[in-house]
Design a binder for this molecule. Sequence first.
Ligand code: DDH
Length: 289
Amino acid sequence: ILEKTQVPLKPKTIDYQKIYNQIADILEDNDWDDGSNGPVFVRLAWHAAGTYDKVSKTGGSNGATMRFSPESDHGANAGLKFARDKLEPIKQKNPEISYSDLWSLAGVTAIQEMGGPTIPWIPGRKDADAATACSPDGRLPDATKGPSHIRDIFYRMGFDDREIVALVGAHALGRCHPDRSGFDGPWTASPTMFTNSFFTELLGRKWVEKKWKGPKQYIDKETGELMMLPADMALMQDKNFRPWVEKYAKDDELFFKDFAAAFHKLLELGIPRTGEEKVYHFKKTDESS
Ligand code: DDH
C-alpha cells in the first residue's frame, strides 16, 4: 500500500491570477517617482522582449537574460535593476514562475492596473541559465535618432508602422531620469495612468528644444514641465507615422485595441508555441468578481 505522501502528485498548475494580484499589490510605492512602480515594470517587460531579431530568431523575452552581464549593463537597461529587484520577493513567493514569465506578466499587470487595456498573456517562457544567451548591445532604440533608425529597430522585430506608433504610446507612462538615460521629465501630466495622452500632448502642444547641458530633448513651451525625445518627435514628423498619431489622439478605443495587440505580440516574440496554449485574460483588481 502506498503511503498517502507517496502518491504521485499531478504537476501543480500555477495560479497566474494570484501572481498578477500580488504584482498589483506592490505597484503603489510612495517612495518611487510618481508613486507607482508600474511604469518601470512596463519598461522592464519591453526591454526584455524588444531585443528580438526575426532573422536570426535571437533575443526576446525568453530566457530573462537581462539578469546577466553584459546585458544587465547595456546603457539602454540603466535603472531596470530597480524593477528586477522589486519583483524578486514575488519570485521568492512563487518559485514556480520563471523570471521571464514574471517580467512579462509584470508589464501586463502594470498596464491593466494603471487603466490600460486587457492584454492577452501566455505563460511558458523558460529562463536561460548562462550569460552566453545574452542579447548583443544596440538592439533597443536610440532616443536621439529619427524615423529610419526607429524603423530599422522595429522592423527587425517584425512590427509595421502602425504597430510602432501604438507601442510608443506607452510613453503616456513614467518619465525620463537624468541618472539613467540622461533625459529628464515625464511625457504627460498623468504618468501613472495609461491613456492616449502621449498622442494628444504630442500634437496639442508647442515643443521647443530644452536649453541645457544634457542630451537634445524637447520641453513644452507653455509650462516647461513635459518632455519629448527626438525619437518621439519623429513620429509626428514622418508622413507615414503621423496619420497614426492623429488617429490615436482622436480615438482612445482604437489606441487601446491596437496597443493591446501590439504589446501581446511584443511579449510573444521568439517564444516557441504550439498554438494549443491557454491564453490568459486577467481580471483587474478593481473589477468585482
Ligand atoms: Fe520608452 N523610454 N522608448 N518605450 N519607456 C524611456 C522610458 C520609458 C524610448 C526611449 C525611452 C518604448 C519605446 C521607446 C517606456 C515604454 C516604452 C526612456 C527614459 C527613454 C530614453 C528612461 C529613463 O531615463 O528612466 C525610445 C527611443 C523608444 C522608441 O520606440 C524609439 C516602447 C515601445 C515602450 C513600451 O512599453 C511598449 C516606459 C513605460 C518608460 C518609463 C519608465 C519609467 O521608469 O518611468
